[in-house]
Design a protein around this ligand. Sequence first.
Ligand code: AMP
Length: 194
Amino acid sequence: MNPAFSVCVYCGSRPGLNPEFATAAQEVGSWIGEHGGQLVYGGGRGGLMGVVADATLRAGGRVVGVIPKALVEKECAHRDCTELHIVDTMHDRKGMMAERADTFLALPGGIGTFEELFEVWTWRQLGYHDKPIGLLNTAGYYDKLLGFLKASVEQQFLGDWQMDLIRSDTDPVSLLKKLVEAAVLSTKPRLDEI
Ligand code: AMP
């Protein structure tokens, strides 16, 4: 059966210091599974990535992992994914993750998460896709980033309309609801041309 919706989650391959991060990742996975959804993610089993994937599976959801072969060789892959795609390059991975998603959600994470978030945000502002993007600001983790982005608007390197392309929230369920609702309403154009 086709999933009701598909959420691409970007998040840390480490758990981070604050236990609230794992709790939030768990809530995200459980909500996706309980609502008949599908998780698309980087296919790893470590850190918050493993937490969100396991929670989705436990709640009966589908999990699509997309991982480059170099990371599989380091034994990072989560073998219990409903679908595990082993691709040649990082570019292939990011393209497939974006293609399979109706919406994107970044949880707390490190440089990999930042890069993924900024990439889909850039693609969105250029009109390559029209999929909603969310930033889960658990325990104020992204406060300083949001402050910096506000400063970029003040310095006129960013426009308010660009900031409006990202929804940030501290509550996982309320953010997921908004993203999925917006995704269902959108036309979901394909990312083939990127
Ligand atoms: P980071 O936030 O630096 O821990 O990177 C996590 C993000 O980058 C995830 O959303 C993944 O898509 C990707 N990534 C980084 N490290 C790994 C790994 N060991 N296994 C799978 N994906 C990873």
